[in-house]
Design a protein around this ligand. Structure first.
Ligand code: GLU
Length: 485
């Protein structure tokens, strides 16, 4: 292989959104090369024209950009092995397919669609019967002259077996008699994935093929292609499936019924790209000699190695992702955090709410930005509440003691001019001292009256500051009325 530098690629087909499993493949492929100063290539595999989805390519590129998986060569940026979109490389493959025909490793198949269909039973099972495999040169020439459309098929050996050693799964061997004479070039002139990815991986100098294990069973066919061309085989790194767990604890391939499965959906739900990357890095890989869980992309590049890859399927755990996300939100600098949190808060909060102060209270308390509207519901409306909330064991409060406190502090607060946390704290503390009450008991009464719920982000005076003067006083008056009734 060209200059011995580790070269990996991510080779998605633009068929829709970016599944988390695909993103993990991209990440591992990226890390494998970057952990060793190698090269990472993005290649778009769009030769199956029927499966193309408009805009899917942009989604791929955007996702790699947002996650920081920078590629050294690829669409848009180019490189020495371009173009990087397979439909733009269409002319390259034909020559290689013909080389295989010349060498006796492939043949033209002129069978009509009807004939092929008749080979399949109703369930669609049944393979190609190799009808055209031994066509004579004359027969072939004649059909070509008549313009009969054809595909090019790989001529599989009829005996023996083919094997390779996967870096994750180990030794894999199949009987050649089980291998179909698969199509390499279709009648429309486009190559199949089975063919063009091999040509491209070779031409692009890919040293390690990292991909999902659904390809492991076909890999012997690709090995035969490399041998037919006399090319050096890349190393294969097949990755186990990503699984999801349903409500009945049943584990199956991660799909929509488990929750969001695309990168975009997770981002829309308020997960940070860094948190997603960190979490999925651990779904099938773990560091060699440590229990470290928090990794930046740079740290992953330092720590990643193939020995840490596992062949057991990993189960995607949304709770665990939430935990990672909350850690990453806590670490966000205030300006970046505010940039995300404030628009949401401004959208749901009445004008008198100090959204910046509220945002600060939530910074260490949310697991996803999408939690914000629910977590501030007590600010945006006044829910019905049980008066029993005023009773608190630790602070020895009862609804009656709270009523007394609220009746006392209302005039004090009405006379408080500067409405900020520090001032309010002093007012309430001095009141508590003057009545020989526990400060905690006073704070409890005021906080419950203001928030109307037991658990709140922030203490009594912080919340009073968020609500502002009028709203706080109005809530305390309402609480007094309710407690009196
Ligand atoms: N285009 C294939 C896919 O998206 C890539 C498989 C491979 O990496 O070789 O599944």
């Amino acid at each position: 292989m060209s200059d011995n530098i580790i070269t990996t690629r991510f080779a998605p087909s633009p068929t829709g959104f970016m599944h988390i499993g695909n993103l993990r493949t991209a990440l591992y492929s990226y890390l494998l090369s970057k952990s060793q100063g190698g090269k990472f290539i993005l290649r778009i595999e769009d030769t199956d024209q029927e499966r193309l989805v408009e805009g899917a390519e942009d989604v791929i590129i955007k996702t790699l950009e947002m996650t920081g998986l920078d590629y050294d060569e690829g669409p848009g940026i180019g490189g020495e092995h371009g173009p990087y979109i397979q439909s733009e490389r269409k002319d390259i493959y034909k020559k290689y397919a013909e080389e295989l025909i010349d060498k006796g490793f492939a043949y033209r198949c002129f069978c009509s669609a009807e004939r092929l269909k008749s080979l399949h039973d109703d369930a669609g099972i049944g393979g190609y019967d190799r009808h055209c495999r031994e066509l004579s040169r004359e027969e072939t020439e004649q059909k070509l002259a008549q313009g009969v459309p054809y595909v090019i098929r790989q001529k599989m050996p009829l005996e023996g077996s083919t094997s390779f050693t996967d870096e994750v799964y180990g030794y894999v061997e199949v009987e050649n008699s089980e291998l179909q004479d698969q199509i390499l070039m279709k009648a429309d002139g486009f190559p199949t994935y089975n063919f063009c990815h091999v040509v491209d991986d070779h031409l692009m100098g890919v040293t390690h093929v990292v991909r999902g294990n659904e390809y492991i069973i076909s890999t012997p066919k690709y090995v035969l292609l490399y041998r037919a061309f006399g090319w050096e085989l890349p190393k294969y790194v097949h990755l186990p499936l990503l699984m999801g767990r349903d409500e009945e604890e049943k584990v199956s391939k991660l799909s929509k019924r488990h929750g969001a499965v695309s990168f975009q959906d997770l981002v829309e739900q308020g997960y940070l790209p860094e948190a997603i990357v960190n979490y999925i890095a651990l779904l099938g890989w773990c560091p060699k000699d440590s229990n470290q869980e928090m990794f930046t992309l740079d740290e992953l590049k330092q720590s990643f190695s193939m020995e840490g890859l596992s062949k057991s399927p990993a189960v995607f755990d949304y709770e665990k992702l939430r935990w990672f996300n909350s850690e990453y939100i806590k670490k966000l600098p205030d300006d970046e955090y505010n940039e995300k949190a404030l628009p949401i808060l401004r959208d749901v909060c009445p004008e008198y709410i100090d959204t910046e102060k509220l945002a600060a209270l939530l910074h260490s308390r949310i697991s996803a930005f999408s939690d914000i509207p629910d977590s501030v519901a007590f600010v945006t409306s006044r829910a019905d509440m049980e008066l029993s909330l005023y009773a608190n064991k630790k602070n020895k409060t009862t609804p009656e003691s709270c009523l007394e406190t609220l009746e006392d502090v209302l005039p004090l607060l009405e006379n408080t001019v500067s409405w900020d946390n520090d001032t309010l704290f002093v007012v309430l503390k001095e009141y508590a001292a003057s009545k020989e009450k526990k400060a905690g008991a006073v704070m409890w009464a005021v906080r419950i009256a203001a928030a109307r719920q037991a658990v709140t982000p922030g203490g009594a005076t912080e919340l009073m500051e968020v609500f502002g003067r009028e709203e706080t006083l109005s809530r305390i008056r309402q609480a007094i009325d309710e407690l009196r009734a």
